[in-house]
Design a protein. Sequence first.
Length: 107
Amino acid sequence: MSMRKKLSLPGALLLAATLASPLPLSAEEPNEIAGMAVGLTAGNMWFVPIKAISVVMGLTGGAVSFVLSGGNADLTQQIWRDTTEGPYLITPEVARKAVGERPEIQK
């Protein structure tokens, strides 16, 4: 008999995301790569929990707005759309878009 442990769904999703999409870093120097990794990690430590709170509050607020506005579905959908849109992680592309392209770093 084999004693294999089943992989849970969150664990499987995390493993698949890690293996399927490594972060594409375009910097050439090791210092640039390390700086990008540290910056993205530090940013995501704050961004992910805040985004999760924002989504939960938006979903709740949208439901409350539906009741208080007498069934205005357009208002509710707009609140839900505004609070649940991505990005859900800070990626190198998101960081570049927020900061702007630096001419000294070539892709």
